[in-house]
Write a protein that binds this ligand. Structure first.
Ligand code: GAP
Length: 513
């Protein structure tokens, strides 16, 4: 645990030191759970967004994009159920005066049971070596089976109590499990209460005529209300999808863990409209497809797992999370939801407008069902960034800090370094930068010894360093150093573009899907 905390602290401080993420309004002591993306962060974020957009929109003939406004007619949120049901169960600790999400306290307790299971597995794997059979061990080891059953029973009881709005039982569960305040350890809790997460605002200049609005808590509703506009103008045939990236806002009670849970964040969502009755098939297909997208980035198969929901949101008939191993354990990264026809039907009822599709193949008119994929861009950023940050012991006894970002996502693809600041080397280096910058983000760096510059670029996540030396003057060649292996290669300047493209090209990465 201490190790995990240390690693997480390093992630947060590295993100600041290398110009990735800053606390919002830092000079005024910051704003809780609101962050700004700095010069490198904005590039990484843009590259993740593009990687998603290419995979979802550009590569799928039947998915198109949308950029709906953040402000929406307030009835939208009545129809979607957010006014009445977008609540978190909160609980206060009377001694520490800290507020928590009751369900998160319980989930964290179960997370500790999961950690115990992982510990048992690691111990047994070490003991049995090659002959270790993980599946059999998980099914037969009494301690592991006990932890698993306990965790499942707890989550099931919590799910049922939340569904029935039995908040007294949620409190009882916290007391029975003897869960203490994570900060003070105190078990002196208030009752559990519901708290709506939407931010309210006003539209209009005069107080009498101003209209109460909400900042959208999800981008999805912008897609639902435009469903028929897009279907008709794009002559889309079911099944088809509408994809959108954009800001969403939630007044999170427990806003901690850096950019994992923010009050202003960005979502990348896709609603896939299907014929009623086919939603389960599409749901399974999108689960598989989205996992493949994650795996294409090469961040380790073991770092992902599915979590199928027992407790379903008011709009869903099936739902799963893709969880990622963050520095603080496995947590939700993306949601895949089979949302039925709930949203479109609700908008029909509240607007009085039909939101139906005529299916020429079966000669029928119907309200389509929807399968949604929804990922937080900031959460994906944290997954990529935290997984990439590594301390590596080198053969010479020193260590290096290296940000092994997937090259396709790296903010700067190459840094060009003249070995010395004289003899015409800076001019050649600058010329290389001028040529390459039409295709890639490249940096020029002439300050400090070349070894220090390598380290700086390693920590910055730059996949290539290109060094111009005195031989370049006569052979038109440079040394290209690969960030991850630290291997160096002598290549012609004219070969640089193709070599870098091979490593950073979106196509080469997405082809792994
Ligand atoms: N339209 C469905 C929807 O919004 P969700 O599970 O509430 O579903 C989807 O959110 C994704 O948005 C999550 O998997 C997560 O990646 C991201 N997300 C949700 N709340 C967030 C927050 N407060 N901060 C950062 N990301 C968040």
């Amino acid at each position: 645990m201490a190790n995990q905390e240390d690693k997480f602290k390093k992630v947060v401080s590295h993100a600041k030191e290398y110009g990735y993420v800053f606390q919002s309004s830092e000079i005024y002591d910051g704003l809780s759970a609101v962050y700004d993306y700095a010069q490198n962060g904005v590039e990484l974020k843009k590259n993740i967004r593009e990687y998603w957009w290419k995979a979802m929109v550009q590569m799928n003939d039947n998915i198109v994009g949308l950029d709906a406004a953040i402000f929406m007619h307030p009835t939208t949120w009545k129809a979607s159920g957010h006014v009445d049901a977008f609540n978190d169960p909160l609980i206060d600790n009377k001694d520490s005066k800290k507020r928590y999400r009751a369900d998160v306290l319980i989930e964290d307790y179960v997370g500790k049971l999961d950690a115990k299971i992982e510990k048992e597995v690691a111990k047994a794997a070490k003991r049995f070596g090659e002959s270790f059979d993980k599946t059999e061990f998980l099914a037969t080891n009494t301690r592991v089976v006990g932890y698993k059953a306990k965790g499942e029973a707890i989550l099931q009881r919590m799910g049922k109590s939340l569904e029935k709005e039995d908040l007294a039982d949620v409190k009882l569960l916290i007391e029975e499990l003897e869960i203490g305040c994570p900060l003070s350890g105190s078990k002196n809790w208030t009752d559990v209460k519901q708290f709506n997460l939407m931010f309210g605002t006003k539209l209009g200049a005069s107080a009498d005529t101003a209209m109460d609005l909400y900042l959208r808590p999800e981008t999805a509703q912008g897609i639902f209300v435009n469903f028929l506009n897009v279907q008709k103008t794009g002559r889309m045939k079911i099944p088809f999808g509408i994809a959108q990236t954009g800001k969403a806002f939630r007044n999170e009670i427990v806003a901690r863990q850096f950019i994992f849970r923010m009050r202003e964040f960005e979502q990348m969502e896709m609603q896939f409209f299907v014929r009623p009755g086919t939603q389960k098939e599409w749901y399974e297909q999108w689960k598989e497809n989205r996992l493949k997208w994650h795996l294409s980035l090469g961040m380790g198969e073991d770092n992902y797992r599915f979590h199928d929901h027992d407790k379903l949101a008011h709009y869903a008939d099936a739902a799963a999370d893709i969880e990622f191993r963050f520095p603080f354990g496995f947590k939700e990264l993306e949601g895949i939801h089979s949302r039925t026809d709930f949203d479109l039907k609700a908008h029909e009822e509240h607007s009085g407008k039909k939101l139906q599709y005529f299916d020429p193949e079966i000669n029928e008119r119907y309200v389509p069902y929807v399968v949604e994929t929804s990922i937080g861009l900031d959460r994906m950023f944290l997954a990529v960034f935290s997984n990439s940050l590594q301390e590596e012991a080198l053969e010479n006894g020193t260590t290096r800090t290296v940000l092994k970002l997937p090259a396709v996502l790296a903010p700067t693809k190459a840094a060009v370094l003249p070995l010395v600041k004289k003899d015409g080397l800076p001019e050649i280096a600058k010329k290389i930068v001028e040529d390459l910058k039409w295709d890639f983000n490249v940096a020029y760096d002439e300050k400090d010894a070349v070894g220090r510059r390598y380290r700086r670029q390693d920590a910055n996540g730059t996949p290539f360093c290109i060094t111009v030396d005195h031989d370049t003057l006569t052979d038109d060649s440079v040394t290209i150093r690969h960030r991850d292996t630290m291997e160096q290669q002598r290549v012609k300047i004219s070969e640089l573009k193709a070599l870098i493209k091979e490593e950073v090209d979106v196509k080469n990465w997405l082809m792994k899907m």
